[in-house]
Design a protein around this ligand. Structure first.
Ligand SMILES: [Zn+2]
Length: 441
């Protein structure tokens, strides 16, 4: 699945109609949710049927304006929120179970295969449902033409590659997101290189060779501006009164700055991840989930506010998501491991060495190893992933090539083995043997 985004250029009237469509999508979703709350044993099918009923209801004339498949897409949104809640209950998650909430400020509406049409050159989109938005220009840095089926393929096939179109309202305008069914593949040159990477406090990350990638300075700058705007907005806000024009002006500027920072972050995460994937055949990273418990742990660890901020700023989550994506595209192996003990253990002799957060250097008093703290951790992370992979290979040799799907190993971590890894696996196998003879790393 590939997502391609283009800005929608049109008139204020058209934007207004898109807003109507977005509100209607929200209305469908919320109505479905209410139906589920009011009735017992509601199924996905019931919600789909409800869409047709809503469209016929004279009380809600807007409901039938939305394309019928788009209505269903929004019933599905409600359904997946319900499903998520059930799933959390079933797994016995502690704390909040994510009871589905009513949406008040939806920003997007989703179309499936109908209700829209692309022009032949793919520079324009026409919305054909009851809101009569009409034709709008598509502005994109990436040409929408490049991913289509080869020339000569029937038009129906070309259109089918786009499975969804999502219209999104952002601070700086309206966007169309095209979800394309496409399995991207890139040639990867296997060189027998592997790396472990650890999220750093000072640097963005440190790898097991001691290389670091830092947080970009321009990102810091944008964030300082963000803070400044935030302060101005709260200053101008008057409780319980109609807000001034000035307030709205600053509020809009703030929203735009948020957008800018998030785009810059995403961009950096993508570039960093691609660079790692391109130059390695095996990558092990430490899992820092967005899980609240772990976040809290980090927050407790780091009493200093600025440091805590720099952790979240580091966009580790975004980075690892891109890492997984590119690994899949390039056919390399990515392993996520839990962070337990990776900073404490000595990467050379395994002795435990407790450190406070301000201890930047790992000095082992048993074997005399001196390393940067994050470098030591990255080495441990690589060893951990390596051990896991060896265990995996031992238990499933012969199956890996025919069964490339995602494998849960050990319950504590995810291990991905992709098809076409035969070459990579063979040298890893050799490494495994030598690693068993000599203690790893
Ligand atoms: Zn040591």
């Amino acid at each position: 699945m590939l997502v391609i985004e283009a800005k929608l250029k049109g008139t204020q009237v058209q934007y207004g109609k898109l807003d109507e469509a977005i509100r209607t999508g929200q209305f469908i979703r919320n109505t479905c949710l209410r139906y589920w709350e009011d009735n017992k044993g509601v199924t996905r099918n019931d919600l789909q049927k409800l869409c047709a009923v809503l469209a016929k209801n004279k009380e809600f004339p807007w409901a039938k304006k939305l394309n019928s498949q788009a209505r269903q897409a929004h019933a599905d949104r409600a359904w997946s929120a319900i499903q998520r809640f059930y799933e959390n209950c079933r797994l016995g998650k502690s704390g909040k179970k994510g009871y589905p909430k009513y949406k008040k400020f939806s920003r997007s509406v989703e179309y499936k295969n109908s209700g829209w049409k692309l022009s032949a050159d793919r520079r324009q989109i026409t919305f054909t449902d009851g809101f009569e938005v009409g034709t709008m220009d598509l502005w994109s840095s990436r040409d929408l033409v490049w991913y289509v089926a080869p020339t000569g393929a029937p038009a129906s096939l070309r259109e089918k590659q786009i499975s969804r179109v999502r219209v999104i309202r952002r601070a700086d305008g309206y966007y169309a997101q095209f979800l394309v069914d496409w399995d991207r593949r890139e040639e990867h040159e296997f060189q027998g290189k592997m790396t472990g990477i650890d999220l750093g406090l000072k640097e963005f990350y440190t790898d097991s060779d001691g290389n670091t990638v830092d947080n970009l300075r321009y990102l810091r700058k944008s964030e300082r501006r963000l803070k400044r705007l935030q302060r101005r907005v709260s200053k101008k806000h008057v409780q319980g009164k109609k807000q001034s024009n000035r307030y709205h002006k600053v509020r809009k500027a703030l929203a735009k700055q948020h957008l800018k920072v998030s785009r810059q972050r995403e961009d950096k995460a993508r570039k960093d991840a691609l660079a790692v994937v391109k130059s390695n055949d095996l990558i092990v990273y430490v899992r820092r989930s967005r899980c609240r418990r772990l976040d809290l742990k980090i927050r407790n660890m780091v009493k200093n506010h600025h440091l805590a901020k720099s952790i979240s700023d580091a966009s580790w989550y975004q980075f690892t998501r891109w890492l997984q994506y590119f690994a899949k595209v390039h056919g390399v192996i990515v392993i996520a491991v839990q962070p337990h003990n990776t900073t404490v253990d000595c990467s050379c002799c395994g002795a435990k060495l407790k450190k406070t957060l301000s201890t930047r250097t790992h000095k082992c008093n048993k074997c005399g190893t001196v390393l940067d703290r994050d470098h030591n951790a990255a080495k441990n992370i690589l060893a951990k992933g390596f051990k896991l992979l060896a265990e995996y290979l031992n238990s499933t040799v012969g199956h890996t090539e025919s069964d490339p799907k995602r494998v849960k190993a050990q319950g504590e971590t995810d291990l991905w083995l992709k098809n076409g890894d035969a070459l990579a696996l063979s040298w890893l196998n050799e490494l495994r043997i030598s690693a068993a003879e000599n203690p790893p790393l």
